[in-house]
Design a binder for this molecule. Structure first.
Ligand code: SF4
Length: 247
């Protein structure tokens, strides 16, 4: 992912909305939590009015999203959810046309990547980062071999919500992962995240010289055997205070 894009500007592109719960990490999905407040059924997947945002233009014929922008893609769904199969081709095409933008998406359905790629994908578009989420060892052992073999130019591993200790030792992460991101679970009735598990992932990254970002603690956080309730507004800053991020 181009560093200057991150430092300059970013934009959210939620091209479809809604999803289906798939694995343990989905239990307290923020899409479902947000929709519940507005009485929206999150299991209905529908295109949004922003579907064509990357190619929309202003009156002066300039694109609405300026060149060099980092585009957070599909953050109220999963880009590879089955319901969106008919629309995904157009989405890939917009990413191909806007090579001056960098698109980043997160998926729990990395096992659907191969069957949904555009014909000219090759070993990946330079301007697309696809992040794979794992939440426990079981999903790590299922998704990581698929993710490792997948033709993607930029790979970031997201361990969030981290629900248990995850051993990455056997995955040779230095050769194919750009960054590991770790976080706890937010919301109500959340499952705790233990700082020891975070540190184990951190140590693997140190060993393998891979960038590491402890993004947020989650609402329930265990440190030195003590359980802390952390309010939403402090979950990111508390993680930062741990001082364990690696560039
Ligand atoms: S895959 Fe992501 S968006 Fe879909 S239900 Fe699970 S957590 Fe929510």
């Amino acid at each position: 992912m181009p560093k200057n894009a991150i430092e300059s500007k970013s934009k959210m592109w939620n091209l479809w909305h809604g999803c289906h719960k798939l694995s343990a990490g989905c239990q307290h999905c923020y899409v479902y939590r947000g929709d519940a407040k507005r009485d929206i059924d999150s299991s209905v997947v529908a295109k949004t009015k922003n579907f064509e945002l990357p190619i929309q233009k202003k009156r002066n014929d300039e694109y609405k999203i300026p060149s060099g922008t980092l585009v957070y893609t599909c953050f109220t769904s999963d880009f590879f959810v089955e319901d969106a199969d008919l629309w995904r081709g157009e989405a890939w095409e917009m990413m191909r046309v806007r090579q001056d933008l960098h698109f980043i998406m997160i998926t729990k359905r990395i096992d659907r990547l191969q069957e949904t790629l555009p014909a000219d994908w090759g070993d990946g578009y330079d301007n697309v980062t696809i992040c794979c989420t794992i939440e426990n060892q079981d999903r790590a052992d299922y998704r990581l071999p698929i993710y490792k073999a997948a033709p993607i130019k930029h790979k970031i591993l997201i361990c969030e919500p981290l629900l248990e200790r995850i051993d990455l030792q056997s995955y040779d992460i230095c050769s194919w992962i750009e960054q590991v991101v770790v976080g706890g679970e937010s919301g109500y009735n959340t499952r705790p995240c233990n700082f020891d598990w975070v540190m184990e992932l951190h140590d693997v990254c140190v060993e393998n010289k891979v960038s590491f970002w402890f993004k947020q603690t989650g609402a329930k956080f265990i440190k030195d055997g003590k359980l802390y309730d952390i309010k939403r507004q402090f979950q990111h800053s508390q993680a930062r205070k741990a001082g364990i991020n690696l560039k």
